[in-house]
Design a protein around this ligand. Structure first.
Ligand code: GLP
Length: 241
């Protein structure tokens, strides 16, 4: 695992945007796995700025989702499908045709989960998967105790994660209890994993993931198993190392 400490979130966004630009130069139709939350926004802003300045051609890129809430109505502004369309797909000048994600509105969530694993494989696998990290060390929505070999499936959110994500909704009650998430085993199949963490609130989770033992109690520690994992952190998130 490579750990890169950057001065701030903006520098982290620029660094990772450069890595993605390099990937797209080598493989214009690369499948890019994106994460939601506030942390990766500087990456998407840096990529969109390059597209606007005509220094990056992302027109053949393909985008896929990491996780999704279960039960939000189609088109809900906080469904991760809507968030990724708004924050990544549209700013890069792409359309829904180049985007795949799990169906959080499906009646049969188990079938929707295995369908998504199959869709990722059929698309040739993820070339670069962006990850954030929860304050409890989760990646995607794989909460502590998730099997390190898990596949895409339904999970129940911890109260801590619901509280952390309540800022995107009008009230805590509106935050769904259930989600579909790529499993840790699914995530580990991506060819390159890039985790960005910024701010002191992530310092403990980062330290446990990078320097602690491999443990299902700290899902992000699974990055230790990956042959090509890059952890980009600002000085505040590095303060526990
Ligand atoms: C959610 C997402 C994760 C993300 C995490 C942290 O739980 N499912 O993919 O990493 O939030 O979000 P933030 O970057 O806003 O702290």
């Amino acid at each position: 695992m490579e750990v890169v400490i950057v001065p701030d979130a903006e520098a982290g966004g620029e660094l990772i945007a450069s890595a993605i630009a390099g990937l797209l130069a080598r493989k214009p139709d690369a499948l890019l796995g994106v994460a939601t939350g506030s942390t990766p926004l500087p990456i998407y802003q840096a990529l969109a700025a390059r597209v606007r300045a005509n220094t990056l051609d992302a027109s053949r890129a393909r985008i896929c989702q990491l996780d999704e809430y279960v039960g939000l109505p189609k088109g809900h502004p906080e469904s991760y499908r809507s968030v990724v369309l708004r924050e990544v797909v549209e700013p890069l000048g792409l359309t829904e045709a180049s985007f795949i994600g799990p169906d959080g509105t499906a009646e049969d969530v188990a079938a929707a989960s295995s369908d998504y694993d199959r869709a990722l494989a059929a698309a040739g696998g993820v070339d670069l998967q962006l990850l954030g990290i929860g304050t409890d060390g989760h990646i995607g929505f794989n909460e502590p105790c998730s099997s390190l070999a898990s596949r895409t499936r339904i999970k129940t959110l911890t109260q801590q994660t619901r509280v952390d994500n309540a800022r995107f909704f009008d009230s805590l009650d509106e935050v769904p209890h259930h989600v579909i998430t790529q499993g840790i085993g699914t995530i580990l199949e991506a060819r390159h994993l890039v985790l960005l963490a910024t701010g002191e609130a992530k310092a403990e989770a980062v330290a446990l993931s990078v320097e602690g033992p491999l443990s299902a109690m700290v899902p992000a520690s699974a990055l230790q198993l990956h042959p090509h994992a890059t952890v980009v952190i600002d000085e505040a998130a590095a303060s526990g190392l």
